[in-house]
Design a protein around this ligand. Sequence first.
Ligand SMILES: Nc1ncnc2c1ncn2[C@@H]1O[C@H](COP(=O)(O)OP(=O)(O)O)[C@@H](O)[C@H]1O
Ligand SMILES: [Mg+2]
Length: 373
Amino acid sequence: MSHLKTQGPIKEYLLDQVVDNSTGKVNSMVVREYKRIGEGAFGTVVEAVLRRADKIEDGSEEWLGPFAIKRVPAQTEYKSRELELLRVVNHPNIVSLRFFFDKRSSADGQVYQNLVMECLPSNLQNEIKYYRQSKYTIPYPHMKTYIFQLARAMLYLHGFGISHRDIKPSNILVDPATVTLKICDFGSAKKLEPNQPSVSYICSRYYRAPELIVGCSLYTTKIDIWGLGCVIAEMFLGKPIFQGETPESQLKEIAKLLGPPPKVFFFKSNPLYRGSMYSNKLFACSIEERFRQIFSNSPPDAIDLLMKILVYDPEKRASPRRVLCHPFFHELKSENFKVYPRGSSEAIALNLFNFSNYELELLGSLKDELLSS
Ligand SMILES: Nc1ncnc2c1ncn2[C@@H]1O[C@H](COP(=O)(O)OP(=O)(O)O)[C@@H](O)[C@H]1O
Ligand SMILES: [Mg+2]
């Protein structure tokens, strides 16, 4: 991860109008940027500290942070609901927004929206790469801990009808020292309303659900669950599971694991689809055997979980609550379950089951199953 973090010149500036997201109050603050963390499709992310400018006289000023500031052009033809959504979400496994402000760039004169978020040291893409380079996978206890948190974030978001629409390892922040996970990058996220169409050309290709590939516009939050499956698979394989070279061949890569998509799948997703249907079987064995071939080194309960997630029909694809209750995670409830951060001989305390009343409500009848030991 450190190769991403190039040390740039320190930039310090004073702003009149910085909104504190927790209070809604507007203050003047000093921002000190000192490190570039990420360069995405739409903007840049820098590491920074902030302090109140109006407290300088009484000597109580203190630098707050470190934070990650994501900067995107304030107005583009592409509608981002990132600020709108980050302002309302509040969950231990979703990156939290602390402040936000608009600023005109001296370089190009454009107005940029700045989102000041809590900062995490790494993301899942870096973690997967780190272990792959040493020919390992992320240790299973860490994987279980991470995936459980990811599913928990989805339970929360999907409960509001919010679909992230860009689930992939680089949009999943982690802190390897505490094995904490938080979803970030709500640049594509949207609250989906029943029977209201949305664009199907969202999600990065490798993580795009089959219904999106064939042009479905009345999709559901289950597209994120597909992404979850792809991320879990990638943790086990060390590389993306479905690497289509073109948007069309992405479906073929999926068919190499799941077999030909059923005719009814095309009809339900998009009756107007005219692309290839990949109706010839690309392997001789059963789908279950195919999963066992591809995940030959993975534990059976992980394969069972993946088989419940990587399903063509979004309605049959596991829901977040079903994922959380899967036997793959049973171990997390055991008193003997221990997680040791990389290079540490001391187990860390995890807080995976501190469900809010809202989450318990969403779990419904599965609540007792999940909380029983
Ligand atoms: N809060 C944060 N803490 C630490 N790193 C972050 C944070 N937010 C984003 N990043 C890093 O910056 C990268 C780009 O941010 P992201 O929100 O995904 O922007 P984009 O929409 O350009 O993909 C991420 O992949 C991640 O590595
Ligand atoms: Mg991103």
